[in-house]
Design a protein around this ligand. Sequence first.
Ligand code: ATP
Ligand code: MG
Ligand code: MG
Length: 370
Amino acid sequence: GAWIGIVGGGQLGRMSAMAAARLGYKVHILSNTAPSPAAETSAKVTIGSYDDPSCLENFAQSCDVISFEFENISASGLKHLARFCTVHPSGHILETSQDRIAEKTMLGSYGLPVAPWREIKGAENLAALASFGFPCILKTTRFGYDGKGQFRLPDEEAFQALLRQADTLPYPLVAEQHIDFAREISVMVVRGHDGTVRCFDVAENHHREGILRVSIVPAPIMPALAEEAQKLAAQLAEKLGLIGIMGVELFEDKNGKLLVNEIAPRPHNSGHWTMNACLVDQFEMHIRAVAGLPLPPPRRHSDVYMHNLIGPEDMALLPEIVAEENASLHLYGKEDARPGRKMGHVNRIFPRGGLPGAMVLQNYKPCLKQ
Ligand code: ATP
Ligand code: MG
Ligand code: MG
């Protein structure tokens, strides 16, 4: 079989590798840590640096096509890979998604709605926030995930406190108006070699302490809004020339207007529900797109409530979870359950249409805390 290379050794690589194996491909993982969740489920693993040209070259020459599950490989590293092997999605898309300023500029240039924002280049620009208004959020432009690298400024007083430590902040920063959203939703969109674009159903997402906690599908929103979100994600995939899967995170504001929060050109945590509620899940769809296979229309056969297992508290509940009747457990093989670490997830499955998302949230009491 053909070899698919995946840069990154995390759980997204692990689940992509399992999907690839089902389709008869061999997976070669490039990871900068050992052991890793993806190493356990792949045919071949190289431990090495994402910035070492000879390591990248050797890896590329052993693969027929390469993708990534880890977004912070340097753009120059990815471009180096692309000299020796096809890489999907392109380094250009990765580069855009790595930098919040490039990302928001791209979204704006395509006419897509985002929260009002501005760039804060250094301490001397910070004062300009006063005219921007509060509450607002400051985010590092690069390497943020799970809400890390964010500063919330609820009011003028918090702003004054921040000004006093202006010299210590990790510039450049992006300031965003705080959106008092009605809900957070996301769309997984995939685009193939032949330009076919497919969207999975819209998920409603709930975060706790900046980390995704629960995704509910179908999202309890009007069908027209769901369609609008999918249309927007599809447009974005086409304009970017995406090949592979991408998560699009959105806010629905109190007026029912959609705003794009961020994109992730890879399988996404808020798409894990597809593993048990769809015939072809996000990982298989990604592998199909990257490998040039057809992309069937996503078919969702169940309603689903995806719950992340985070840190030691959730791992302590495993005996109860494995005994549940309608729960499918996915563990990532991580040994060390540090607080805040994503250890796995559970998909709780309901007959399609039997439990609309809003009812699941109100009536269903899983043993895990929200
Ligand atoms: P990840 O990549 O893990 O999704 P991240 O660190 O890149 O997270 P964001 O997705 O930008 O960060 O923000 C994390 C969460 O913080 C969002 O899902 C949302 O709940 C909240 N948030 C971010 N920006 C805003 C905003 N402008 N207004 C209100 N809430 C926000
Ligand atoms: Mg992010
Ligand atoms: Mg996010």
